[in-house]
Design a protein around this ligand. Structure first.
Ligand code: F6R
Length: 243
């Protein structure tokens, strides 16, 4: 595992964006695994800048997002589908239909999960998978406990996560959907490369648990230590306890 610690949060985003850009340039038809959340916003901004400068071409890229809230259509500003349009897809030349996000309003959610897994397989599997980490230790929305061989499925969000994500829902955890679709830990571990990014003091305790604690299904992020090609990028604040 390669761990990079930067002085400031701002400095953590550049190497992350560079790794993604490298993946896009290095493969004829790259398949990215993408994440949402506050941490990723600056990373997508840096990628859009490279695209605007004419140095990054997304036309051959396919992507699969980790997760989506159940019940929120892509038109809902709090949906992850909307987030991806706002922060990345609408700004780059990735053809419509190549950026996949699970459909949280599918009539048959189980069938949607199976379809998503099949779509990832049909695309040739995930190359670089971008990950954040939640307060519960989740990657994607793999709340504790999540089996390390779990696949894309419907999950109930932990109360801690609903509170963590309530900022977009008028600071009211009750308004955060109770369920989500998420790639499983097993799905994530099959990616060729993992890149986890965490910044800020609020992540210090869970980053320490993920990197130093026992590898176990109660902390999904500990599973990344079972993968042989992992890069973790932290700022000083997020690395404080782990160090
Ligand atoms: C979102 C996702 C989550 C977030 C995590 C951190 O697609 O997969 O695991 O990465 O909750 O979120 P932020 O960056 O908002 O702290």
């Amino acid at each position: 595992m390669k761990i990079i610690v930067t002085d400031t949060p701002g400095q953590a985003f550049q190497p992350a964006a560079d790794m993604i850009a490298e993946e896009i340039r290095g493969f004829g038809a790259p398949v990215l695994g993408l994440a949402t959340g506050r941490t990723m916003e600056s990373i997508y901004q840096l990628l859009v800048q490279q695209h605007d400068a004419g140095t990054l071409d997304f036309s051959g890229t396919t992507s699969f997002n980790l997760d989506e809230y159940v019940g929120l259509p892509p038109t809902d500003p709090n949906s992850y589908s909307h987030y991806m349009q706002e922060h990345l897809f609408s700004h780059v030349n990735m053809p419509a239909g190549q950026g996949h996000v699970p459909n949280g309003v599918a009539v048959d959610l189980e069938a949607e999960c199976a379809r998503y897994e099949a779509a990832i397989r049909a695309a040739g599997g995930l190359g670089l998978q971008l990950l954040g980490i939640g307060e519960t230790g989740h990657i994607g929305f793999n709340e504790p406990p999540s089996a390390f061989d779990s696949r894309t499925r419907v999950v109930h969000l932990d109360d801690v996560t609903r509170r963590q994500n309530s900022g977009m829902f008028g600071d009211d955890p009750e308004r955060v959907p109770e369920r989500a679709l998420t790639m499983g830990v097993g799905t994530i571990l099959e990616a060729r490369r993992l890149l986890l990014v965490a910044v800020g003091e609020g992540k210090a305790a869970i980053v320490d648990e993920a990197l130093n604690g026992p590898i176990n299904e109660a902390v999904s992020a500990t599973a990344i230590r079972l993968h042989d090609d992992v890069t973790v990028i932290l700022d000083e604040a997020a690395a404080r306890i782990w160090r």
